[in-house]
Design a protein around this ligand. Structure first.
Ligand code: SAM
Length: 318
């Protein structure tokens, strides 16, 4: 059916993200020794502005994520919604920043592929085994469950299934919880993404939600971005929710979150540690500075918090 084709195209977007991240790391934009196990080859060259865009995305999201973990002193959990082939578990383990448990959710077919890679590649499986205390590690074709890392196949538009599966794998609603969605909500309708934000606000009393996605899609540049995705059969059901930074914040403020902030990625880029920005700007010559600016202005990070435990989450920023 058309619906299946659309979902299949959405599932394929995780390969794009991983391929672009792999290419940028091969150029030295940032380090990720694990991504090579998820995409075999470095692939064709990506334009410098794409690499810088991914740099801003990864550094921007990691900045907030690491700040949350430090505030909670690792006594917290992460739920990565639409995680795709994300390598955050391995990075945090190497940096001694592992929370109590990381949960990842994606479509069952994406999860099956990720688990297959983990099973067959010791550099991926060893850290999971090392952080697991008993011999009861669950690693079948459709789910992985260890003490510190859990991967679940579920459709994020089906909240009751999501809630049930997370609880089955020992999600703890009492722990400070970081929810992350990176280029995911845009594929859902505004009502579906609002339901997800509402479920999270209802489930956790102390939490932060980080959402990275397209914004300002109403201008000419935004229309071209939408057309490019549509050409690959991807329905951007959420494009109308990506109108402005205010609408990004509203999605959370209307669904039970106490505090929300949003910045476009041009602003984030200018607030990242400038010595490292200077380093990556020397990696590749960029002719069209304006193109980079336009690209960065069409993506945003929005973060929302609620903080019953008074950890100081509303102070987290750039
Ligand atoms: N967050 C990852 C990253 O940044 O590398 C992957 C991003 S990729 C563009 C979008 C991911 O969201 C895909 O892996 C896709 O399968 C997942 N996704 C989109 N809609 C979903 C849904 N309704 N249920 C579960 N996963 C979904």
């Amino acid at each position: 059916t058309d619906m299946d084709t659309a979902d299949e195209a959405v599932r394929a977007t995780c390969d794009d993200a991983t391929t672009c991240k792999r290419f940028a790391t091969s150029k030295g934009y940032w380090k990720d020794p694990y991504i090579q196990y998820f995409v075999r080859s470095v692939g064709e060259r990506k334009a410098p502005e794409i690499n810088r865009g991914y740099y801003a995305r990864v550094q921007g999201v990691n900045h907030l994520l690491d700040a949350f973990i430090k505030k909670a002193e690792c006594d917290c959990q992460i739920i990565n919604l639409g995680a795709g082939l994300d390598t955050t578990f391995w990075r945090l383990k190497d940096q001694n920043l592992l929370p109590r448990k990381i949960f990842e959710v994606d479509f069952p077919t994406v999860v099956a592929r990720k688990i297959h890679n983990i099973k067959t590649k010791p550099p991926l499986s060893k850290p999971i085994i090392e952080t697991h205390s008993t011999d009861s590690l669950l690693l079948d074709a459709h789910s992985l469950d260890s003490d510190r890392y859990c991967i679940i196949g579920s459709d994020l538009r089906d909240i009751s299934n999501l809630d049930e599966k997370l609880k089955k794998f020992q999600l703890n609603p009492e722990l400070p919880t970081l929810l992350l969605s990176e280029c995911v909500l845009v594929y859902m309708t505004p009502s579906q993404s609002s339901s997800l934000a509402h479920w999270a606000a209802e489930t956790f009393h102390t939490a932060m939600f980080i959402n990275y996605e397209q914004v300002n899609m109403t201008d000419r540049f935004g229309q071209v971005m939408i057309e490019n995705l549509q050409r690959r059969q991807c329905t951007l059901a959420g494009a109308e929710a990506c109108q402005s930074l205010d609408s990004q914040k509203e999605r959370f403020l209307r669904t039970g979150w106490d505090h929300a902030d949003a910045l476009d990625m041009m602003t984030v880029y200018s607030m990242l540690p400038q010595d490292d920005v200077a380093r990556i700007e020397r990696l590749e010559f960029l002719d069209e500075k304006e193109l980079l600016q336009q690209l960065l202005q069409h993506y945003s990070i929005c973060w929302a918090t609620k903080d019953k435990l008074s950890l100081g989450l509303s102070q987290l920023a750039f």
